[in-house]
Design a protein around this ligand. Structure first.
Ligand code: SP5
Ligand code: ZN
Length: 356
């Protein structure tokens, strides 16, 4: 049986041109081509059957994951951002570089001491963004909701028992988006929106295999005893997002031991990584969830530009086999992964490991 692949074309209209790295403008790494290449590769492999789901996710569904005030700000902000950004750029008497501008946060109310926002709604992005990688353009909000909708549609598909495995080809990614913060190319937490849906019928485990700690997902379910969050990632003393992901973060007072962080050092290759996957699998099996969500980042690959691990392509097959050993209905949600030429093959390996 083919694996359902959930896809929405709207992501291509969220395409910030640049990001800021140590004073240089570089091409925005989280680009539309990532998803288009994975989709083309998977369709050619014959493994999947593509679906473009209608919008089933509502604002109420998102409000179970994110602060309503933040959501409503993003919606309005995204839709009027173009004009304001252009005006501001023009005031620097430099010709605008692009016809479709993105607003980048440039003022951050650090430590909550700069709380006097007044009426300048445009300055508000800095209240939520914890880094510079989440610029808003005209179509960013719609793309982010479409992305969350894919994970949500995948969850509904599993709930209806239409398949045991589904893949949501989400873009923008989600696991760095928390209850009231965004960053790391993430605007809405796609996996969390799906988890809230699945939680209506039973406990959920989220296995986050993106190279970066899923700080947003962790924060959303920090004190939720019915959701287990298990993350394998680069240890925070060495890599982004730096401020979370230590092994001693284990959950809030009402949900002890429902957060499991397995940080790994730079240079981690297949053997130690797969050993950590087995540890993660043991934790999930003990939790005995009804559903499994995999935050499937592929930026652990040796050829990834952001990554200091050295996973080979075949590691993804083995990760898939480990996931399969849990024998749970499983929703895979695309997170990071920036080695564009390799991504399709890596996802194929992961899916073959799970499905065969
Ligand atoms: C979804 C996702 O994968 N987001 C990743 C966001 C990463 N943002 C920038 C990281 C820059 C860190 N560069 C330091 C490399 C140290 N080895
Ligand atoms: Zn990542």
């Amino acid at each position: 049986m083919k694996i359902p692949l959930f896809y929405a074309v709207g992501h291509t209209r969220h395409a910030p041109p640049v990001e800021f790295v140590h004073g240089q403008l570089v091409a925005y790494l989280e680009k539309p081509e990532r998803i288009e290449r994975i989709k083309a590769h998977l369709e050619q492999s014959g493994l999947v059957e593509s679906h473009e789901p209608v919008r089933a996710l509502s604002m109420q569904d998102l409000e179970r994951v994110h602060a309503p005030e933040m959501l409503h700000f993003f919606e309005q902000f995204s839709h009027r951002v173009e004009q304001v950004a252009l005006e501001e750029i023009r005031s620097y008497s430099t010709a605008p570089q692009t016809a479709t501008p993105y607003y980048y946060a440039h003022t951050f109310p650090v430590n909550r001491v700069m709380g006097r926002l007044g009426k300048n709604a445009m300055a508000k992005l800095g209240k939520y963004a914890f880094d510079l990688s989440v610029p808003f353009g005209r179509h960013t909000w719609d793309a982010a909701v479409d992305s969350a909708n894919l994970a949500f549609a995948g969850a509904e598909y599993l709930l209806r028992g239409e398949s045991r495995v589904a893949y949501a080809l989400c873009r923008p990614p989600g696991h760095h988006a928390g209850p009231d913060f965004i960053g790391g190319y993430c605007f809405l937490n796609n996996a969390a929106a799906a988890a809230r849906k699945l939680l209506e019928t039973g406990r959920v485990a989220i296995l986050d295999i993106d190279y970066h700690h899923g700080n947003g997902t962790q924060a959303i379910f920090w004190d939720e005893p019915e959701v287990l969050f298990v993350s394998l990632h680069a240890q925070p003393q060495d890599d982004y997002p730096y401020y979370s992901g230590y092994a001693d973060e284990t959950g809030g007072p009402d949900a002890p031991h429902t957060t499991v962080n397995l940080p790994l050092p730079p240079g981690t290759d297949d053997a130690p990584y797969l050993a950590a996957v087995e540890t993660a699998i043991t934790h999930i099996a003990q939790f005995a969830p009804r559903w499994l969500i995999v935050s499937a980042g592929l930026d652990t690959f040796e050829g990834d530009p952001l990554c200091a691990f050295r996973l080979s392509p075949s590691a993804y097959t083995r990760i898939g086999q480990a996931i399969r050993s849990l024998d749970l209905p499983t929703l895979l949600v695309q997170e990071g992964g920036y080695a564009t030429d390799a991504l399709g093959g890596l996802v194929e390996n992961l899916l073959r490991g799970i499905a065969e």
